[in-house]
Design a protein around this ligand. Structure first.
Ligand code: NAP
Length: 521
């Protein structure tokens, strides 16, 4: 029997009492480890995190908590090799794709450690200046931010077991809020291992960081009014969460990151340089992590007259992508995380093909060093709508996210048409723009900003230094309105807002002066 991974709750490592769910290597089909949360005393686990973990974290200053994050980072930097091995086995990713998750997570943690240091020896934050409430300047109002006295529950998606943990846990712990993470079952191993390394190193106070691997059953029932819940996953599960009594009756604050039909837009009149940049970025986004990125490009908006040339250029790049066993050095793209995901991608492709043509067929890619009957690998597929009229008629491309190496070319007539088509995504995490005219790019960005969490502009002057359409940088906001879930994460210190409660203190200015942090902070 494979190892049954332990959960960490109530300050102790505890295995579930059931047989567990087996995690499978998506390339070799072998059994790796098991996870199970049966029989855990969840009420005690949440109470311990809230009481013991929360109190210990709040007793520390932001600088001390930042130092704690730096300590966690150091511990994990020493274990990177082990994390890469787990990612290869459990997520089927090539080294570069594992890096997006592992090193991306560690980088994000490091950024929040630095922010903690800069916030200094304070225990609360001020929000804005004091403002007069009447004619007499003596009586004023000032807003303060205090860490919520609850627990932060994270229910995470399968595609980022490392980054998905730290992009949420770093701002939560820096805020002084204890974390309970429930990773997606399919790839829970890496999250569990990272939590284990940090907990066992004794860097965090007991109760600050807990991990529950296995079923999510009963987790939401534990949530109380000052707890917060951050969910990443499908729109269907998000709907269940939004209608749970913890949210509807107990006002638990919720952040939701759901699916998103992100766009790349080649602006009208773009130069050949810009066309090249779009082609490169689309091919890269389709293949990094086998397209299993919530931010990956799904819709490629191109002027109708350029559609054929762009399609050929993207297809030529995709044709060079070697797909198969990530342990083989020649392989550039590994597997999807599970058979369920492979089936879901195949079903999604079949659906989109009802309205779109195949411009590059992923099925034409022979697998390298992998058995097609076993490995959950699929080649990258570029679909395309015939012309601008077809772009108007098709609806699936704007509503159905295929969570794999699949994108669709969407020809448009003019800029207004492109904007209208992009908006049919009903709110996305990110759109990237390609062009040479700065004024047109700025105006396009503003036209899209209300329906996107991030607009990423790749003009030729930043070609070599831009951070990538799909890369989520901790300094910038991650999230999006509408179907993207309506959530907001990261964005530097903005991330701390979710874990703090804001209150107005109305008092004499003599009292309000005492709210300011010490001069050294
Ligand atoms: P999912 O089925 O909704 O699962 C997500 C998480 O929710 C998993 O931890 C899952 O646990 C848990 N879960 C399942 N049913 C639940 C329930 N009834 N109550 C509470 N928790 C429950 O989503 P998925 O299909 O694995 O994830 C892929 C989706 O995530 C894609 O659509 C993608 O766009 C989205 N995503 C979004 C972002 C973003 O930042 N916006 C990032 C990554 C992924 P189990 O694994 O144990 O079932």
């Amino acid at each position: 029997m494979t190892e049954l991974l332990a959960n960490h709750v109530s300050g102790r490592w505890q295995t579930g009492s059931g047989a567990g769910t087996v995690l499978i290597d998506p390339v070799l089909g072998t059994e790796l480890v098991r996870v199970d949360a049966t029989g855990l005393d969840l009420a005690a686990a949440f109470a311990f995190a809230r009481g013991t973990g929360g109190a210990a974290l709040r007793a520390l200053s932001y600088a001390q908590r930042g130092a704690m994050l730096a300590g966690a980072l150091k511990v994990m930097q020493g274990q990177r090799e082990a994390y890469y091995e787990i990612a290869t086995a459990n997520s089927g990713t090539v080294k570069n794709d594992s890096a997006v998750d592992i090193d991306g997570g560690l980088f994000t943690l490091g950024q929040y450690a630095k922010m903690g240091e800069a916030l200094g020896e304070r225990h609360h934050l001020l929000d804005g200046e004091a403002v007069r409430l009447g004619k007499d300047p003596l009586f004023q109002s000032r807003h303060v931010l205090l860490p919520t006295r609850g627990v932060a529950l994270f229910i995470n998606a399968f595609n980022f077991p490392a980054w998905g943990l730290w992009e949420k846990a770093a701002p939560a712990l820096l805020s002084g809020v204890p974390v309970i993470v429930k990773p997606a079952t399919a790839t829970a191993w890496l999250t569990q291992r990272m939590v284990k390394d940090v907990v066992d190193a004794g860097i965090l106070p007991p109760g600050a960081l807990s991990v529950i691997c296995g079923s999510s059953q009963g987790l939401l029932d534990q949530l109380e009014p000052f707890d917060v819940l951050s969910f990443t996953g499908s729109a269907d599960t998000a709907e269940l969460i939004r209608s749970h009594p913890a949210v509807t009756r107990r006002s638990v604050r919720v952040n939701i990151e759901a699916d998103s039909l992100n766009s790349a837009w080649l602006l009208p009149g773009a130069s050949a340089d810009s066309v090249d940049l779009l082609v490169k970025e689309v091919a890269r986004e389709m293949t990094v992590k086998s397209g299993q990125k919530c931010t990956a490009i799904r819709r490629v908006l191109v002027p109708q007259a350029q559609a054929d040339a762009v399609a050929q250029a993207i297809a030529a790049r995709l044709a060079k992508t070697t797909v198969g066993n990530p342990r083989n050095e020649s392989v550039r793209m590994g597997a999807l995380v599970s058979r369920a995901q492979l089936n879901s991608v195949r079903d999604g492709l079949a659906l989109l093909k009802q309205q779109a043509q195949v411009l590059h067929d992923g099925a034409a890619h022979a697998l390298v060093d992998a058995d097609p009957a076993v490995a959950c690998c699929v080649g990258p597929t570029l679909l395309g709508l015939k012309d601008a009229a077809a772009s108007d008629a098709a609806d699936l491309v704007h509503t159905h996210e295929v969570f794999g190496p699949v994108a669709t070319l969407v020809p448009y007539r003019d800029a207004d048409h492109a904007l209208a088509l992009i908006r049919r995504g009903q709110g996305s995490l990110v759109a990237s723009l390609y062009g040479n005219d700065e004024a047109a790019l700025a105006s396009a960005a503003l036209a899209l900003a209300d329906s996107h969490g991030r607009v990423h502009i790749i003009s030729p002057d930043v070609a070599a230094i831009q951070t990538g359409h799909g890369n989520v940088m901790p300094q910038s906001l991650h999230g999006g309105p509408g179907r993207a879930g309506g959530g907001e994460e990261l964005g530097g210190l903005r991330a701390l807002n979710f874990y703090h409660r804001r209150a107005a203190i109305q008092a004499s200015t003599a009292v309000l002066d005492r709210l300011a942090p010490p001069a050294s902070a």
